[in-house]
Design a binder for this molecule. Structure first.
Ligand code: SF4
Length: 306
């Protein structure tokens, strides 16, 4: 099966599948709940292309099994309840015994596994168990194995940390672009040469977003220009996480930042702060809706913070 991310590398694999060069039984997109709309548009574009080329491989969309609203739900749960499992790779500053603030490292990138890779495996398992007429909790028959292709490219080789699924012993992971020595640039060139969409997939608030001068194709400016309300939400999360961390109620001892410079987004993008005012009402409505959802689902007594 293909773990489809909607961005550049896994679409390269998807097109190879459409051309009959790689076989997949399932194409599965795990919605992290925080992708920009332009990535959802790209997923839709590829579903449309699938119909155009007459490919009939099941193309499924799935999400985290208990936090269906994805990363935003994880963050809201972290902010408004006593949930401690922070799953995003934020940049950190630490404070030493003398009260000096020092640049620290990054928290582990657990979100890719929890919100993308595992939901894909669970969805594939569900599909196969259904096909076999077995319940989800029953044992997978011994003669069945799964291989999930993941679109890491050669320049991302360090992201490979296993070929064996820790959750399911009959599942393996494979990295065809790494095996073919294909880089991110190679995939983008392939997409460009064919006139396919080339936006890089990621969450709108991903700390791996950078500034244009780093030019890895994912940057805050693209979010600000394409969907300013998502940027306003990122500004809110960025500030709120430090506020919650400062209460001392969380295991997290480091001070978190979404921007690699370890500065608040409001400081990095002072010119864009007018957006916070422009979207004030929308942000309030979004927060009220989230507070109700978190209170109902996770039993939190959330304050009316606007
Ligand atoms: S894009 Fe960034 S925030 Fe989203 S799942 Fe991947 S690492 Fe996490």
């Amino acid at each position: 099966m293909l773990s489809f991310g909607g961005g550049t590398q896994s679409t390269h694999l998807l097109e190879q599948h459409f051309r009959g060069e790689i076989h997949y039984d399932y194409i599965i997109f795990a919605d992290t709940g925080a992708e920009p709309d332009f990535i959802h548009d790209q997923v839709w574009w590829w579903q449309h292309r699938q119909r155009q080329v007459g490919n009939t491989t099941p193309f499924l969309i799935t999400q985290h099994s208990s936090m269906e609203r994805g990363l935003e739900e994880m963050l809201m749960r972290y902010i408004y309840t006593d949930y401690q499992r922070f799953q995003m790779p934020v940049y950190c500053n630490s404070v030493n015994e003398d009260g000096e603030v020092k640049a620290g490292g990054m928290l582990p990138r657990q979100c890719t596994v929890d919100f993308k890779i595992v939901p894909v495996k669970q969805q594939a398992r569900r599909m196969v168990m259904d096909q076999l007429g077995l319940g989800y909790r029953q044992k997978m028959p011994d003669n069945i194995g799964f291989i999930t292709d993941i679109g890491f490219s050669y320049d991302e080789i360090r992201r490979i940390n296993t070929y064996q699924s820790p959750q399911f012993k009959y599942m393996r992971m494979a990295y065809p672009l790494v095996e073919a020595n294909e880089t991110t640039e190679d995939s983008i060139r392939f997409l460009e040469q064919n006139g396919f969409p080339t936006r890089r997939s990621r969450c709108y608030l991903c700390p791996f977003n950078c500034a244009t001068e780093q030019d890895i194709g994912m940057d805050w400016e693209e979010i600000i220009e394409s969907e300013p309300f998502s940027f306003v939400k990122a500004v809110w999360f960025d500030a709120k996480l430090r506020e919650v961390q400062a209460t001392g109620t969380k295991i997290m001892r480091s001070i978190p930042y979404l921007h690699y410079s370890r500065r608040p987004l409001t400081e990095v993008f002072p010119e864009e702060i007018y957006l916070t005012n422009a979207y004030k009402t929308k942000l309030s409505q979004w927060l009220v809706e989230w507070q109700g959802y978190i209170a109902d689902k996770w039993g939190a007594e959330v304050p009316a913070i606007i």
